[in-house]
Design a protein around this ligand. Structure first.
Ligand code: HEM
Length: 565
């Protein structure tokens, strides 16, 4: 828009030429006048759009509402705005960019699901896309033109070949085994439950993608990938900090990374000495390894010529398994532990059901799902209560101007589902901070907790429409099994400190990231009884033996990959 063009229209040599011809004062004055006129024109445009768009706080020129934004967890603020303006949609100007926040399930369903063909694109994203993996990665793809939509469909189709609903049934055996290993590890090092969950989630996607399991919770593929994800998740929270401001002033992103501390190292032009990407190298290594069984990387190379897959696309498809699948899945399990500790009364019906259907001589298996309605409701409530992708992952963007209740949502606008507000609405979820599995039961079992909600799942944890999470089937089946196994096997009681005092937990103490998780908390995790403990040991030994075939090493480390030899 006006300001950006203005900056681009002022290369240095024009200024030098102008100064020698007209004198310094005249040049400075004309630059100032042009600037003021540009800012005014831009502001008039902002106010014009504001008059048409969903309500929201009054924006200032250039900075918009940026300085209204709280330092962290802006989803609370967007929820408040929605209540204040009595509107499910609110507009918040991040700099000169209007962003539309959907705070209600029915509106999210109407726009992002029912009008999926319009809201199928991502907006232009500097921080996540242009300074990151760019348009070669499915997650970021803008789909304005038919050619872009066709390419998007190809990459989604290939992703479905890896983790689509039918495919993931094939992974049940090793997913089950990795989940048994989690329970086994809990017997010896229960305080390290976070590391066990991260290992589990990373190992499952690593077997799928690269044919190699991750047996050690300290394996760098876990620690490094999850660290990168946390960094990206923190930088992508709309706020006052600079990375988000680059979205509105893309010119800031053009400054070389060495001289631009506001880029937090993003967009570095460092090239690896191998000339390609870390995840591409992992995929290539897996493809060339004759010992690795059938894995997704092999499929990518087989399909490479059929779909003209570029190196960057292969890197994106392979890397998304880790990037999108490890932190999200493990954070959800941490939330489950917090819920078990904070709401112990919800475990009593679960134990009654599990003891009746499963017993103590074996742990729950996938086939038990149909006979465990309370357990199924329990896991749904884990997904709802503190959904990991708290603002629905990446924003959507309409590919044309659209209207909702008379409000304009211009083409390419950043449209984001505020999952916090959606899952926190008293109308659908009374007493929303209470962890209450009965919300997902039916009829008399649910009582007053049963409320209408769009869609059959009853939650919007995995996003919407054509951009709905590609790994949803994998995440749902794995989370169900692992949470059911944890509930079946363990008591999660209060930890005590050195003075013998009970350590409380705070159900609001979460990190400030696009994917959030509870801040570290202490609990005491013990097997429910001796018979269950013996079963966990027996099944753990069997699982480790079965997983033996996936043992393997990679020579690549993310931390050293980009260093020159
Ligand atoms: C509890 C676990 C998970 C949650 C809560 C979750 C949630 C999400 C959300 C909210 C989105 C954005 C949807 C939208 O834009 O409407 C997303 C996108 C995505 N997820 Fe997941 N996810 C999880 C696990 C996984 C796993 C295990 C994988 C793959 C193995 C995966 C792969 C992806 C991909 C590739 C996208 C981008 C889709 C696109 O832009 O078209 N996710 N996920």
């Amino acid at each position: 828009m006006a300001i950006e063009q203005l900056f681009q229209a002022l290369p240095l040599h024009y200024a030098q030429h102008g100064i020698s011809k007209f004198g310094t004062v005249d040049v400075i004055l004309s630059v100032l006048v042009t600037l003021v006129v540009g800012i005014l024109a831009d502001y008039v445009w902002m106010l014009y759009l504001r008059s048409k768009m969903p309500p929201g706080p009054f924006p200032l020129p250039i900075v918009g509402n940026t300085y209204h934004l709280p330092d962290n967890k802006p989803w609370y603020y967007f929820e408040e705005l929605s209540k204040k303006y009595r509107s499910p949609l609110v507009t918040v100007w991040i700099g000169r960019n209007p962003t539309v926040w959907i705070n209600d399930a029915w509106t999210a369903n109407e726009l992002l699901d029912k009008r999926a063909g319009i809201y199928c694109s991502r907006p232009r994203m500097l921080v996540f896309a242009e300074l990151g993996a760019g348009q070669s990665n499915l997650v970021n793809m803008i789909t304005h033109t038919q050619a872009e939509r066709d390419r998007f469909r190809v990459l989604r189709k290939i992703t479905h070949h890896g983790v689509g609903i039918q495919q993931v049934k094939r992974y049940r055996d090793f997913q089950n085994d990795e989940s048994k290993v989690v329970a086994y590890s809990m017997l010896t090092t229960p305080d390290d439950y976070v590391a066990h969950f991260e290992r589990y989630a990373t190992s499952v996607v690593s077997i799928i993608g690269f044919g190699r399991r991750v047996g050690d919770p300290k394996d760098p593929i876990i620690t490094e990938v999850i660290q990168v994800m946390h960094h990206a998740a923190a930088l992508n929270v709309p706020g006052k900090t600079f990375p988000m401001l680059m979205e509105t002033f893309p010119i800031l992103a053009k400054v070389p990374t060495e001289y631009a501390p506001w880029k937090y190292g993003l967009g570095s032009k460092r090239k690896s000495h191998r000339g390609h990407d870390f995840y591409y190298s992992l995929a290539q290594e897996a493809n060339e390894n004759p010992d690795h069984p059938d894995c997704y990387s092999k499929l990518l190379f087989q399909e490479q010529s059929k779909y003209n897959l570029t190196i960057k696309e292969i890197a994106g498809l392979a890397g998304n398994l880790f990037g999108a699948g490890s932190d999200t899945s493990s954070s959800t399990l941490i939330t489950a532990i917090l819920a078990m500790r904070a709401f112990p009364e919800t475990l009593i019906p679960a134990w009654e059901e599990l003891d009746r259907v499963v017993g103590h001589g074996r742990s729950p298996a996938f086939d038990d799902d149909k006979d465990l309605p309370y357990m199924r409701a329990f896991v749904k409530e884990v997904f709802r209560w503190r959904s990991v992708a708290i603002i629905g992952g990446q924003p959507h963007a309409p590919i044309q101007d659209d209207y909702y209740n008379g409000y304009l949502i211009p083409k390419s606008t950043w449209v984001q589902g505020n999952v916090w507000a959606i899952h926190h609405n008293e109308r659908e979820f009374p007493d929303p901070d209470r962890f209450e599995p009965k919300r997902f039961l039916k009829g008399a079992d649910a009582g007053e907790w049963e409320r209408p909600f769009p869609g059959e799942r009853g939650y919007m944890t995995f996003g919407w429409g054509r951009r709905v999470c590609s790994g949803m089937a994998l995440a749902e089946q794995g989370t169900w099994l692992t949470v059911a196994r944890l509930v079946w096997g363990f008591r999660v009681g209060p930890a005590v400190d050195k003075m013998g005092r009970v350590v409380d937990v705070d159900i609001f103490d979460y990190t400030n990231g696009l994917n959030w998780r509870p801040e570290p908390f202490k609990v005491k995790i013990t097997p429910r009884c001796e018979e269950i403990r013996r079963t966990i040991v027996k099944e753990g030994d069997q699982a480790l033996a079965d997983l033996q075939k996936f043992e393997g090493e990679t020579k690549y480390r993310m931390s050293t990959f980009y260093q020159k030899k």
